[in-house]
Design a protein around this ligand. Structure first.
Ligand SMILES: NC(=O)C1=CN([C@@H]2O[C@H](COP(=O)(O)OP(=O)(O)OC[C@H]3O[C@@H](n4cnc5c(N)ncnc54)[C@H](O)[C@@H]3O)[C@@H](O)[C@H]2O)C=CC1
Ligand SMILES: Nc1nc(=O)c2c([nH]1)NC[C@@H]1CN(c3ccc(C(=O)N[C@@H](CCC(=O)O)C(=O)O)cc3)CN21
Length: 291
């Protein structure tokens, strides 16, 4: 039997008004997409967009932000809508809402509530290669220890350093966390957007470091905007992790900047296929197996 290739890609998108018309032009509907749940949007918007994307054919992974959900009744209604659309995978995160809207103050509580509703959802949780500006390493590792047994994958926070990503993966493996990991990388996005959102999302430190260590080589000018090109980061991560059975693939933070996506997808196709398959991944392989 031939080995199956695993360099996979998942695009993270924001549920904007024009997403459903814009995305299929840039990314085939057989692909895999992850839909954010931002505090000012709320979970209903995420679920509505996810249901529509799933109906278009995408393997769709909605984010549910614990701190944005008002209670069990809302949670069950959201989960039912997702089940009816065939959505079986979720990404659970605390969410950036300052005060919780209901009983779920962090993602561990939401994970238990989702699992009690149905054990059939596969659940992704967040990982932080460069830590988190508001949370200590101790907080991060203890919450990870609680969540990991109920989760089926991890997605890493946006990070610009292949070295930091590898180091983080070694650390969590040593701690006994054996989840398949989607490595989060920025998509081709304008520097202005990256810098303004990056600082707000808590990846300012990573951005600063990246600027000092080679981000300059990843910048290029498009339509008079400076843009970031993650091609090199992707190649470095792939070189390091290809063949690791727990490397699920690349989770690309697109910020809905879809114009240059075809270039990024070409870069990804140019990578050498790897030879192992992480279990439990349901997205479409980017590089079909060679028979
Ligand atoms: N990595 C990503 O892609 C995303 C990260 N985030 C943000 O990262 C942070 C952590 O999320 P998770 O990894 O799911 O953490 P978590 O739910 O596993 O919580 C980890 C620890 O931090 C505490 N905590 C989490 N959010 C908090 C908040 N807003 N205020 C005070 N304490 C908080 C929890 O009580 C817990 O002790 C949140 O602020 C989250 O919104 C949000 C969306 C996506
Ligand atoms: N702390 C944190 N919170 C997050 O929500 C988050 C992360 N980190 N890390 C990675 C991704 C990236 N996320 C985001 C966050 C904001 C936009 C964004 O485009 N925000 C626009 C508004 C979009 C709209 O309202 O339609 C903005 O200008 O804020 C995109 C992706 C979500 N994720």
């Amino acid at each position: 039997m031939s080995a199956e290739a695993v360099a996979r890609i998942r695009l993270e998108v924001v549920p904007s008004a024009d997403l459903l018309t814009q995305l299929p032009a840039a990314f085939d509907t057989t692909g895999s997409v992850s839909v954010t749940c931002l505090p000012h949007h709320g979970p209903a918007r995420t679920v509505e967009a996810s249901v529509s994307l799933a109906r278009l054919g995408y393997h769709t992974v909605p984010h549910l932000a614990a701190r944005s959900i008002t209670g069990k009744a809302e949670l069950h209604s959201l989960l039912l809508q997702l089940q009816q659309a065939g959505v079986s995978e979720l990404f659970l995160v605390a969410g950036d809402r300052r005060t919780p809207a209901g009983p779920y103050a962090w993602s561990g509580e939401l994970l238990e509530a989702v699992n009690a509703y149905s054990p059939d959802f596969s659940i992704g949780i967040a990982g932080y290669p460069e830590g988190h500006p508001q949370l200590s390493q101790k907080q991060l590792s203890s919450s990870l220890g609680v969540k990991a047994p109920l989760a089926s994958s991890m997605v890493t926070q946006m990070c610009f350093s292949a070295e930091a990503i590898s180091r983080y993966l070694r650390t969590i493996r040593k701690a006994g966390i054996e989840l398949p990991v989607w490595v989060g990388v920025p998509g081709p996005v304008s520097i202005r957007k990256l810098v303004s959102l990056g600082a707000r999302l808590g990846v300012g430190r990573s951005l600063k470091l990246a600027r000092g260590t080679g981000m300059a080589g990843a910048l290029w000018r498009r339509d008079d905007f400076l843009s970031y090109d993650s091609g090199r980061l992707i190649r470095e991560v792939h070189q390091e992790l290809a063949g690791d059975p727990l490397f699920a693939g690349f989770h690309v933070y697109t910020f809905n900047d879809l114009g240059r996506l075809p270039g990024l997808l070409d870069d990804l196709r140019a990578l050498q296929p790897t030879t192992t398959l992480a279990s439990g991944n349901t997205s479409i392989p980017l590089f079909p197996a060679k028979i």
